[in-house]
Design a protein around this ligand. Sequence first.
Ligand code: ZN
Length: 493
Amino acid sequence: MAGPRVDFAGPSYRAAMIQAIIRAGFLEAFVTFCCDGTTQTCPGKFMNGFSRGVAMRRLLLVIFLCLWAMTGPAWAQRLSGRGGQRCRLVAAHAMVLKPARIWDGISLKAHDGWIVVVRGETIEAVGPADTVKVPEDARTIELPGITLLPGLIDAHTHVLLHPYNEALWNDQVLKEALALRVCRATNHLRSTLLSGFTTIRDLGTEGAGYADVGLKQAVAQGIIPGPRMLVVTRAIVATGSYAPKGFAPELDIPQGAEEADGVDSLIRVVRDQIGKGADWIKVYADTAMGGASVRPSFSSEELTRIVETARSVGVLVSAHATSKEGMRRAALAGVATIEHGDGGDAEVFKLMAERGVALCPTLAAFEASARYAGYRPGTDPEPARLKRARMNLKAAIDAGVTIANGSDMGVFAHGDGARELELLADYGMKPAKVLCAATSAAARILRLDDRLGAIKPGLLADLVGVAGDPTRDIKTLRRVKLVMKEGVLYREP
Ligand SMILES: [Zn+2]
């Protein structure tokens, strides 16, 4: 095309752009928003005095212009294509983290004296301090006494629920406004991230529609702090099988998941949920219909068609199953994970192992439910369900089933995800194996292992620092001192 060429990357152009930004009076706001390091408060500062829409448009403009002006269009283009996440500007410099030791997500032992170099959003190098080349411009973060490990993953959460001893599940689904639930969820996401979990698979909004899709976008665009999310939207249940229930049969009560039956209806719902943003499909393979004991909700054919429909567009299926027959049908249908699995036995766990189906044990939710019913851990005898869960976990591991950390957080407090890992250790798993379940194994199960789950060059810089050595004592996961997601520090000592 004819016309004057502008050197967008040239120094005079950049200087002019910076001047223009200063004249517009936005630089201070930009610095406040982007660089003061207080993630939660600075958006509020910037929004003061502006209508939200105008402020957001100005903010996006300022970010774009500053990036363009300071680093040239290639960088700005790269960022704007990813939603312009805040603070990436800061992360462009290299950082060297020098902890007491590094657990890489794979080995059974932590490595004393290792360091890690982070550049931008990825890990550039890791290894013994005397062998890793440290970039000259790197910012060094000394982390004495701290173990650095990969960002933790929880493969079973519900950010739109809060603990049932605060409000019953029925009341949350039927009485809490969607806006209220979303506001709570933003707090839940922040707590989860700051407790060291940088990735979650959120398994159902429980009556909050497609709010998980918007929350995922808000995190990805840097609007709110939180772990990266994989979402399932509404989850799929057989008609009449789910809740809330117990109302007059004449009333049409909104349900906590989407009802569908029969192959045609299920195919439509799977496609509809994926079209609306579901990264995974969640199906309830069994429930307690009509108050009876737990029975399979769907036929084998229905489950198989759900899996085939999802898989044909590259989406995997998670099945809630607490009965042996529900687990068996789900495993044969080809689901990737089974949630809870407390009706399992050696036979069905062997089937899961053969078919590569992982188990999310959700022990912390079982324990929380027992506590809400009056159980006092350490004082009272262990309730039957917890005893069964303890035996099931051993049977699953003995059969060779991969354990993925999945806690059902939301039944209990967000930010308390370490509880599942403590219970896995208490139930007999070695601490390093527990950590694998929350890092490399979970990443593999979620098909994210090309980007996450270990500390090795080329992977995303999701890192957590804890005081002490979690490969020896899992309880040190409670002492989170540093959280980095994609090279951005959200917490540091
Ligand atoms: Zn759940």
